[in-house]
Structure formats: C-alpha cells, structure tokens
Ligand binder design. Structure first.
Ligand code: SAM
Ligand code: SF4
Length: 327
C-alpha cells in the first residue's frame, strides 16, 4: 500500500488541525460550565509551525485538511493560514468546521485563500434556546448570515452539524429536516458523545430514534455524500434539494473506516479523538527537527492509531474538553 496507513492497514489521508482552543461561544455540551483555562499563547503553534507540520504530513500521504478549534475564526489572520496550506501541492481539499458566527465577515476572503467548503454547527433554530445552549452574546441570525455568506462565496456544500440531545433540541428534528426539502440545506444529525459536563445517559438520543422521528415527515431514501467521504450516511426526501445525514459515533462506530489524525493547537498529534494518547510535535519543531524526522513522527502517530474507541464500555478521554481536541 502506498501513502500513509496505520497498523490495521487503514489508509490515513486526513488531518484535522485545531488552530485555537479559544471560542466565542461556550456550548453547554462542549465547554465545561466554568469555561476553560486558555492555553498560554506561547504554547500554541504559530501558522508557520502548522504549515511545517502540514507539509510533512502531505509528504507522508495526507491530502485533506480540516481547520477546527475551539472556534477557528477567532484566530486572527486565519485566511493567511488557509493560503499557506493551499500552497502545499499534495493537499487538494481544505475545509473548516465553524460555529458560523464570524463567517459572514470572512467567507469571501477564505474562499479566495483556497478554502473549499465549510461545516457550520447549529443546534437550534430558536433564538432564545440558541443563547441558552451557547451561553454567548450571539443569536441564530448571526449563524444564518454566516451560512448565507458562505453559500454566496461559493464555499459549497455548506453542511449543517446538529448535535442532538433529549430535552435540548430533539423537538426540532422535523424543523431542521424540513429545511432540506425547500432550502437546499445539508443537515447532519450527530449523536452526542459523552464528554465532560454534558455527559448524561438521559439526554442521549440514538440515530435510530432520530430517524423514526424525522420519517414522520416522509420516507428517506439513501443517497450519495456529494463532496467529502466522512462517516455520515446520507438520505434525501423524495424531490428534496438538500440531504439528511446521520453520524453515529456511539451506536454504530465507524472506527474501521477512520482515516484521520488530529493536531491540537498546542502541537500534539492525536491518533484518535477518543484516546488520550498524543505525540508531541511542538518541542521537536522548536528544536529544529528536520522535515524527514517530522514525517517519521507523523508516521509513528499513524501507527499508534487504536483499532477502535471504547465509548460503549464507558471509556472516555478525560485529559481535554472536546473544544480542545476539535471534534
Ligand atoms: N467551534 C467549531 C464548531 O462549533 O463548529 C469547531 C469546533 S467544535 C468542537 C466541532 C464540532 O464538535 C461541532 O460540530 C460540535 O457541535 C461538535 N461537538 C462538540 N462536543 C460534542 C460532543 N460531546 N459530542 C458530539 N459532537 C460534539
Ligand atoms: Fe465553541 Fe464549537 Fe465548542 Fe460550541 S462546539 S463551544 S462553538 S468549540
């Protein structure tokens, strides 16, 4: 097999880069109630360091990169990083996961820097509820403006990520699903992973239950993913312009198809979202490691990928909140 692969022969071609641990929201299921202690700025990789890692990763076999956070758009000058990454020949897909709040401001600049597409997180269409979930100073209208701006800038497809929790937003599944019929929304409903504060069995909703609820609107037909080959399974209502996707990290894990490595904002390479194992790249980067040695470290991280996570046995990482790993 050519390119990068792990010890279970899974091809690894996707790097998710968390560019910051900071965020302009504090979603109840993602951030601890008392917020996070932000990392010192000196601990966070510079754009130049991120570029160096991405270049070595590309030499190892990575061709897809996603920027995430925290909230990636709160880091100043992010389009410049996109431009740097777009200049790496082997990388042919740069995307971003964002809460959308700052997207209206940056969409055009991001597109011309080389960003291809965005996933926008939006868990409710009700403004008061949005403010309560996100515990911030913004409203649904800010996110909707961001989605509109992303579409008109050509950052397509815009996929909307909805983490579903009982008592939080499970009464809105139909409202979201209806938006795929007339408004060409591409919605992905995600099972909540039991990290930190938001972890309660009572609030968990399985994709099976979500689907039963949504199908009261009509029969869903399987369809192709469009762009990207992530873990979601896609469906469409007959005649609908948009799609309904489901992501089942808990009830039907997709570890056997996992193609990812994650880089945290403080420079640790994390072979699995749901394992605490990390390989430090920051110290070697700041001690003048060669690109060949860096590539070897990236290959070592790929080789350490576990076969699967152990959420079903209640084993969850406790070292970092979700916002620090990037989702
Ligand atoms: N701030 C950006 C955003 O919200 O899109 C990027 C970072 S956020 C950590 C990435 C994704 O992780 C979001 O779609 C968020 O809803 C999701 N997420 C956070 N905590 C989660 C959890 N416990 N289970 C499932 N998804 C989660
Ligand atoms: Fe911030 Fe995204 Fe976490 Fe919400 S889900 S607190 S927007 S990092």
């Amino acid at each position: 097999m050519t390119g990068l692969s792990d010890s279970f022969q899974r091809p690894i071609n996707y790097l998710r880069i968390s560019v910051t641990d900071r965020c302009n929201l504090r979603c109840a299921y993602c951030m601890p109630l008392d917020g996070i202690h932000p990392m010192p700025h000196a601990d966070i990789l510079t754009y130049e360091e991120i570029y160096t890692v991405a270049k070595a990763a590309a030499a190892a076999g990575i061709n897809k990169v996603r920027l995430t956070g925290g909230e990636p758009l709160v880091r100043l000058g992010l389009p410049e990083l996109v431009r740097m990454l777009a200049g790496i020949e082997a990388i042919d897909d740069i995307s971003m996961t964002t809460n959308g709040i700052l997207l209206a401001r940056y969409a055009t600049e991001l597109k011309s820097a080389g960003l291809r597409r965005v996933n926008v997180s939006l868990d409710t269409l009700k403004d008061e509820r949005f403010r309560s979930i996100t515990r911030g100073a913004y409203g649904v209208a800010d996110v909707l403006e961001g989605i509109k701006a992303a579409k008109s800038a050509g950052l397509k497809p815009v996929k909307i990520n909805v983490v579903v929790m009982a008592g939080m937003n499970d009464d809105e599944l139909i409202d979201f699903a209806a938006k795929t019929i007339d408004d060409e929304w591409h919605i992905r409903f995600i099972e909540h992973m039991p990290f930190g504060d938001g972890a309660s069995a009572a609030s968990f909703v399985s994709v099976n239950d979500m689907r039963k609820n949504i199908e009261t609107l009509g029969q869903l037909e399987p369809c192709q993913a469009g762009v990207g080959n992530g873990p979601a399974k896609y469906f469409r209502f007959p005649g609908a312009k948009g799609t309904v996707g489901f992501i089942t990290p808990v009830t039907e894990h997709f570890c056997f198809q996992c193609n990812r490595l994650r880089l945290t904002s403080d420079g640790k390479l994390r072979p699995c979202l749901l394992s605490e194992n990390e390989i430090d790249l920051r110290k070697p980067l700041r001690s003048g490691i060669s690109s060949e040695e860096l590539k070897l470290l990236i290959e070592k991280a790929a080789a350490c990928k576990p076969l699967q996570h152990h959420l079903s046995e209640g084993r969850v990482p406790k070292d970092r909140p979700f916002s620090q790993v990037g989702g």
